[in-house]
Design a protein around this ligand. Structure first.
Ligand SMILES: Cc1cc2nc3c(=O)[nH]c(=O)nc-3n(C[C@H](O)[C@H](O)[C@H](O)COP(=O)(O)OP(=O)(O)OC[C@H]3O[C@@H](n4cnc5c(N)ncnc54)[C@H](O)[C@@H]3O)c2cc1C
Length: 475
């Protein structure tokens, strides 16, 4: 692994650092800074990495200086957007973290229905600005999730079947490359790079801003949230798999197996009860939505039915209280599934009933619609034909349970692997190391092209803390 310093303590004094700090307008946080421990926290509490330096950038020139400083001093680089990735690649041990969390400006062009979003923005930042104009960007469903990591990996929103993935709404991106150049990638400029960042993750450079196309959504939307007892899981899953065969693109829905959170928004007598939740959003007129989502509310007798017309901004924050930053130890694995026949439905429910901690959830997202109308070769993402994305999101509060919960997740995933082509969504995946088979299974025919583009733009694998596509010389 060439000349990148990984495990030794980096000498962070002397002229190189002085010169860097003279040019850097953001903040440089070191191990002895009072805020260091808070600043290195990520969403996943299990990640406990201790970088030598966190370079919190204020603008594009800071990002360029940080990239040049890291390259010239052979430092291991992590890039942080929203810090939500479960794999914890936004931190490292003893290297430099190029942190964009202060670069969060969002500018909306209501006439052209587009937004320019800085590389450290969260979806809360984007939703707040775009909804002021009755517009929305196809992005994450938990508001503190970062725009950058989510978009570069694909991006599944509450209106994904209507508008496609986040990458399908991307017009272009301003990026800093490994050699320190700032470039724009779009259909017109650096087309190969633009193709690669739509699904290829953080492999190719640091995105300092994105240009997105926006959709007319809200200010109010019909949202279904039917909470059924887990005892009904088999019936509900069977119903839902059929229901999703015949719905319009406006309906995007999930089937989630979980337990009622110990939170004031739920009656105390329901806390920790195992549940199966059908949730869905209708991306269109609320009255039509009420009709389209009604069947989800009638599958069995719900414990609670929270379905209603909500402000879109409220829907986007609905799950925030249960998924707070740095609270849950988390290990996630996922798979795209072509279909879920009845025998597999039964097996999923059996497995789900063994969920090791009440905070854990197993979610199945319905896909297709606009997502699968984009050909596999059109963006790096790869095959889009799957009907479902199964995500085993194991989460717990006691670190003593780490090993058992990781093993349980792997066992479940290994069993489900036999029912899929092995394509994973890297944004819901804790295992990033040793992923070469996973990369090939996931990118399919696009993998070789990704290697070419990686070799062209990042021949030294400077950006390696990600679902890493290795440049040709390193394979
Ligand atoms: C609670 C929760 C809810 C989620 N909900 C959704 C959802 O609704 N839909 C969905 O599709 N996914 C969702 N995800 C998954 C999410 O897409 C990934 O966690 C994603 O990586 C988060 O992006 P981030 O910027 O916050 O991540 P970070 O941890 O900051 O970054 C992850 C990786 O992205 C790259 N990266 C980050 N910023 C940049 C940048 N500016 N330029 C280049 N590369 C960069 C780096 O390789 C980095 O290691 C959710 C995750 C969590 C924890």
């Amino acid at each position: 692994m060439d000349n990148i310093k990984t495990k030794q303590t980096i000498e962070l004094s002397g002229t190189a650092l002085d010169e860097f700090s003279n040019h850097f307008s953001g903040s440089l946080i070191r191990k002895d800074d009072p805020s260091y421990h808070a600043d290195r926290q990520l969403w996943n509490r299990m990640i406990d990495k201790k970088p030598a330096l966190i370079a919190r950038c204020r603008d594009v020139s800071d990002v360029i200086h940080a990239v040049n400083f890291a390259r010239e001093n052979h430092l291991l680089v992590a890039v942080r957007g929203g810090g939500h990735n479960v794999a914890g690649n936004a931190m490292n041990d003893d290297g430099i973290v190029i942190d964009l969390s202060q670069m969060r400006t969002v500018r909306v062009d209501p006439e052209n229905k587009t937004a320019n979003v800085q590389g450290g923005a969260t979806w809360a930042d984007v939703d707040q600005e775009t909804q002021a104009f009755g517009l929305a960007c196809a992005g994450g469903i938990v508001s503190e999730t970062g725009v950058a990591g989510l978009t570069l990996g694909g991006g599944f929103s509450w209106f994904r079947r209507k508008a496609g993935m986040s990458i399908d709404n991307l017009i272009g991106a301003e990026m800093v490359l490994a050699d320190g150049r700032s470039v724009y990638a779009s259909e017109k400029e650096n087309r190969d790079l633009f193709w690669a960042i739509r699904g290829g993750g953080g492999n190719f450079g640091i995105v300092t801003s994105f240009d997105f196309k926006l959709q007319e959504i809200g200010p109010e939307v019909m949202f279904a949230a039917c909470i059924y007892p887990r005892a009904e899981a088999e019936r509900i899953l069977k119903f839902w798999v059929e229901y999703t065969r015949h719905i319009p693109d406006e309906v995007t829905s999930d089937c989630v197996n979980w337990s009622v959170p110990e939170h004031e928004s739920f009656p105390p007598e329901l806390h920790n009860q195992p549940i199966t939740v059908l949730s869905a959003m209708y991306a269109g007129p609320t009255e039509k939505g009420r009709e389209a989502l009604q069947p989800l509310r009638e599958v069995a007798t719900p414990l609670l039915d929270l379905s209603n017309v909500y402000p879109y901004l409220g829907v986007q924050k609905m799950f925030d209280p249960f998924l707070e930053k740095n609270k849950l130890y988390s290990y996630w694995k996922c798979l795209f599934l072509e279909d879920i026949p009845e025998s597999l439905q039964k097996r999923i429910v059996e497995r789900v009933n063994e969920l090791p901690a009440p905070q854990s959830l197993v979610s199945i997202r319905n896909l297709q619609g606009a997502i699968s109308r984009v050909p596999a070769e059109a963006t790096a993402f790869g095959d889009r034909s799957a009907r479902f994305l199964l995500s085993i999101d194991t989460m717990w509060l006691d670190p003593e349970q780490n090993e058992a919960n990781i093993q349980w997740t792997r066992d479940f995933w290994n069993e489900m692997r036999q029912h899929s082509h092995g394509q994973v969504y890297f944004n819901f995946n804790s295992d990033m190391n040793g992923t070469s088979d996973m990369l090939k299974d996931s990118y399919g025919r696009n993998y070789e092209k990704l290697v070419e583009i990686k070799t062209k733009y990042d021949p030294d694998n400077f950006f390696r803390l990600n679902a890493n596509i290795k440049p040709r010389l390193e394979i």
